[in-house]
Design a protein around this ligand. Sequence first.
Ligand SMILES: Nc1ncnc2c1ncn2[C@@H]1O[C@H](COP(=O)(O)OP(=O)(O)O)[C@@H](O)[C@H]1O
Ligand SMILES: [Mg+2]
Length: 203
Amino acid sequence: MRGRFITFEGIDGAGKSTHLDWFADALRARGATVLRTREPGGSPLAERLRALLLSEAMSITTEILLMFAARQDHLDTVVGPALARGDWVLCDRFTDSTFAYQGAGRGAGSEHIAMLERWVQAGLQPDRTYLFDLPPEEAARRRAGARAPDRFEQEDLDFFGRVRAGYALRVQQDPARFVTIDARQDIAAIRAVLQGSIDTLWA
Ligand SMILES: Nc1ncnc2c1ncn2[C@@H]1O[C@H](COP(=O)(O)OP(=O)(O)O)[C@@H](O)[C@H]1O
Ligand SMILES: [Mg+2]
């Protein structure tokens, strides 16, 4: 059985992490061998780059290059080998986040990111991306109850509005890859949507 590369996307607080473990278990119940990972990070070197990205001030160009340096190592040492084994890879954020956060949120535009995407991914794209779509105001309320903010999560509502729009543009450009989830729903309703979409992954 061929593995699949599945990514979860959405602004901070939209519910990605809440649903990842459950989704991994649902896939395992269907017989898949699942590797759960995240970006930036997911390999020892990339996790060290993540720590820098989440804490240090840097230029937008440096930020984009570090993101893709981390991504290259993660793909080379973790994601690529897992997919080659036939495992299912479930990743919390991937390149759509770079387009949405650095490209749209920070205003870097998509040109250089698209160039790095072609170079680093060499044609690899997720088989499916679940986009958790939530208004920034509600995401901020949920985050406030949950954790201390990192460097990205300290951004204001306008920033997350641009990130959300950046994600919407990615969906427009590749609609077949995305399942957009209205994350205003409660957790049980979202699980039902995810459960309902699992069968189509075997198609
Ligand atoms: N559908 C939901 N309704 C209400 N609260 C939610 C929902 N999904 C997640 N949460 C809560 O919102 C907060 C942020 O969720 P989280 O999964 O950490 O988001 P993300 O990983 O996308 O940043 C957590 O406290 C989580 O329990
Ligand atoms: Mg999370």
